[in-house]
Design a protein around this ligand. Structure first.
Ligand code: CTP
Length: 399
């Protein structure tokens, strides 16, 4: 399982630092490529020559090395690593990582890297129980970092308490579990609609909205990573296609409706995610020729576009996730729409909030389920919001 993985071992300044040599040795025995980083205080406990010999690699200790790449190593690492293990992890590094402090080689890396990260704490029991450390651990866990609990026992200071580095085999098992990817959507089909629609007035003009498609694309990507077979029916967006996702590009609401119907006909979906911002109205008689400015207003008659979700909700057994974009009375409107559109879940976002809604790379949403559960997801990048939307849905379905 660990063979040929690239693992970064970060050693911080605890008396348990010498035990991380054993972790590195065992990883090397399993053919792991190990890169070690040490803080200056870690080097007071163990010399970097030990790790260099064990890993056959240079040990990184300096954020501003005197080398041609000066300082850029950590950016490269962010791209190539499979996992990061901080062993031993001091109270200092836990608190810095939780607060995003980046003032040494290890904390800087932790603030750049998004790979699975395991903290293996070892410290005096009072430090572990310090409320600041406890808060930091909670924050890191909330953000998906794995923080092991230290073991009870006699500490280096000869005090009894919780603070000992966990046993080496427990650490190795936790490292292995970083690579056990759960695929809760394996064998499931997820159908996503995304982006805006464009309703033609004539060959050059159209009615549309500000949707960028980013939220729908992020959901499609997360569904793929969770093991699903994903189809995305997308209005015009300027996002690149998503690898391993079937992309069906459409222009207007009628095309989007029929593309979704075709996909459901071919194979019913397990999840239908209506993230598209479908136009609510369309020109009654789009012109084949470019209209003259003088007669556009007089000739522009609008009719309702099909309500796609209301049309297809009876054609599928899928769990339906709708979206509601509101500027006021969000909760009440979202719950009303969930019932009105026959959805099982609805994700509410606000159009009039900085860093949320349509064009933004971030979002803040609330999610409601038919079963009455609800959760607010604080402002975050859309890909992370997408992951947490799936976490909520899967949890609610398993309840
Ligand atoms: N929707 C749809 N077809 C439409 C309009 C919306 O399927 N013609 C879907 C959206 O994809 C979304 C949900 O319905 O999942 C709610 O969309 P929203 O635009 O918030 O609701 P509307 O029904 O358009 O209501 P209003 O614009 O009046 O708020």
């Amino acid at each position: 399982m660990l063979k040929n993985k690239n693992i970064l071992i970060c050693v911080t300044g605890s008396i348990a630092a010498y035990k991380s040599c054993e972790v590195v040795r065992l990883l090397r025995k399993e053919d792991v490529n190990v890169q070690v980083m040490m803080t200056p205080s870690a080097q007071k406990f163990v010399g970097k020559a030990s790790f260099a010999a064990l890993t056959n690699n240079e040990v990184i200790t300096d954020i501003f090395p005197d080398s041609p790449k000066a300082g850029l190593e950590h950016i490269e690492m962010a791209l190539e690593l499979d996992a990061i293990v901080i062993v031993p992890a001091t109270a200092n590094i836990l608190c810095k990582a939780a607060s995003g402090v980046a003032d040494d080689i290890i904390s800087t890396n932790l603030s750049v890297c998004e790979q699975p990260t395991l903290f293996v704490p070892a410290m005096n029991f009072r430090m572990w129980q310090n409320p600041a450390t406890m808060d930091a651990v909670e924050k890191l866990r909330e953000r998906g970092r794995i923080v092991m609990d230290p073991e009870m026992g006699k500490l280096a200071s000869l005090h009894e308490g919780e603070g000992r580095l966990p046993a080496i085999d427990t650490i190795m098992n936790s490292i292995r579990s970083l690579f056990k990817h759960e695929l809760p959507l394996l064998g499931k089909k997820v159908l996503v609609s995304a982006g805006p629609t464009r309703e033609a007035i004539d060959p050059v003009r159209y009615i549309s909205n500000r949707s960028s498609g980013k939220m729908g694309y992020a959901l499609a990507e997360v569904a793929r990573d969770l093991g699903a077979k994903v189809t995305i029916v997308s209005g015009p967006v300027s996002l690149p296609p998503i690898p391993e996702v079937e992309m069906v590009m459409v222009e207007n609401a009628i095309e989007m409706l029929s593309a979704l119907e075709n996909s459901l006909d071919e194979q019913d979906a397990d999840y239908l995610i209506m993230a598209a911002a479908v136009a609510d109205f369309q020109p009654a008689n789009p012109s084949g020729e470019k209209l003259k400015r003088s007669n556009i207003v007089a000739s522009l008659e609008l009719v309702s576009a099909p309500d796609i979700l209301k049309t297809i909700n009876s054609q599928t057994e899928a769990s339906i996730i709708a979206f509601a974009l509101e500027t006021q009375n969000g909760t009440a409107e979202a719950k009303r729409k969930m019932a009105d559109k026959g959805a099982d879940f609805i994700v509410l976002n606000y159009a009039n909030e900085a860093g949320a809604g349509f064009e933004s790379n971030t979002n803040r949403v609330q999610i409601f389920s038919k079963s009455g559960a609800e959760k607010e997801l604080k402002k975050d990048r859309k890909d992370r919001i997408a992951k947490r939307i799936f976490d909520f849905i899967l949890l609610d379905k398993n309840r």
